[in-house]
Write a protein that binds this ligand. Structure first.
Ligand SMILES: [Ca+2]
Length: 373
């Protein structure tokens, strides 16, 4: 009797975790199998393995991006994230130099992205990606179309990589690795940058840094172009008429000037610019955002996210250059001809060149959204 009760309890506990699939779930799986490179059998197995995580549903309804800028930025722009960004850069300098050159991106942006996403790999997420994508793809109607697609692509990715579906951990939205790539991003922009035959975005610094850099290149990053500058407005109400909903929806420098928004002279009247207004502790700050700013929002569509990445990148770069300068000014041994090294000239501390990385496959999907939210 006791044994039977125990068994009944075990069965009950089991059904509470993994739910039986409904006819609607099976219809969704058939639809996914018709659209993606993955079988009904594998999708059914994965969905049956997955658990519903109610905590994720409540998190989705109160995103961090809903906070005002002056609170939002405090989470990202902190001394530890700047200093550890410099450490990360120096430690991985050969890789970062090479990725920045190969993919024509600014190295500080790649470092800042990894810093904002996972604190240089410290917080890669503790949710089973399988559960996260099942919960959002099958039990969150508002975003089910997107997340069920990512669920299918996760199964495809896991099959390719030889992963057990339940083994992979990530964010509550199913983003993985140091750069927090969604499955579609992993499959599309994941690069085997050290050429060892695997694309490992969890541990391999070559692959991680190369993939983030390739993502930016493929989304149109222009190396050394301006990203955003702070500005001032004559009249906040008049300037507010120039605000637009989406990142793609821009004004011209001429229009902004006509509405009392200060635009530096170096920008021609025809230059497309998006005006941003951020909530500060007292009032608002105003910013001009350019093409590269929009490219950052393809990684995460929030302008607050893009501004954090940009500001962090600038602080990391300044701090990195200072540290390099200090290193080059460290007195060298008294003997030898080179004791008076030219000031400010960084010593070349790059490691020997690694074996060449293969050219990444061209993007298969032009869908410009990393889909973090
Ligand atoms: Ca690799």
């Amino acid at each position: 009797m006791k044994k039977l009760l125990g068994l009944a309890f075990l069965l009950l506990a089991h059904t509470a975790l993994a739910e039986p699939l409904t006819p609607e779930d099976r219809a969704l799986i058939a639809d996914l199998a018709s659209k993606h490179q993955v079988s009904v059998q594998d999708l059914t197995y994965a969905a049956e393995e997955a658990k519903l995580l109610p905590k994720i549903l409540s998190t989705m309804d109160r995103p961090y991006e809903a906070k005002p800028w002056y609170i939002y930025r405090k989470n990202f722009i902190v001394p530890a994230r700047i200093n550890e960004g410099v450490d990360f850069w120096i430690k991985n300098e050969a890789i970062i130099d090479r990725a920045a050159e190969r993919f024509q991106v600014n190295p500080e942006i790649v470092v800042a992205i990894i810093g904002v996403e996972t604190f240089y790999g410290k917080n890669m997420g503790n949710f089973r990606v399988l559960d996260a994508l099942y919960t959002l793809g099958f039990r969150y109607p508002k975003r089910a179309a997107y997340f069920s697609g990512e669920f299918a692509r996760f199964v495809e990715l896991a099959n390719k990589q030889g992963w057990k579906y339940g083994d992979i951990k990530g964010s509550y939205a199913g983003a993985m690795g140091m750069g927090q790539f969604m499955p579609t991003s992993y499959l599309t922009w994941g690069v085997d940058f050290n050429g060892d035959g695997h694309t490992d975005l969890f541990k391999n610094k070559w692959d991680i840094i190369g993939s983030v850099a390739y993502y930016f290149q493929d989304h149109g990053w222009k190396k050394n172009w301006e990203v955003t500058v702070p500005t001032t407005v004559k009249n906040p109400d008049t300037a507010a008429l120039m605000l637009t909903e989406t990142m793609k929806d821009t004004r011209t420098a001429g229009e902004l000037r006509a509405h009392g928004v200060y635009v530096p002279e170096r920008f021609k009247d025809s230059m497309p610019i998006k005006l941003l207004r951020f909530e500060e502790e007292h009032g608002y700050s105003w910013h001009l955002a350019f093409h590269n700013f929009r490219v950052i929002t393809t990684y995460n569509r929030s302008p607050l996210y893009a501004m954090s990445v940009y500001q962090l990148s600038q602080m990391i770069r300044d701090s990195y250059l200072n540290r390099k300068k200090a290193l080059s000014e460290t007195p060298v041994k008294p003997e030898g001809k080179d004791r008076h090294q030219a000031p400010g000239k960084p010593r070349d501390v790059r490691k020997p060149a690694p074996k060449p990385a293969p050219k990444p496959a061209p993007s298969r999907s032009g869908k410009p959204n990393h889909g973090r939210k």
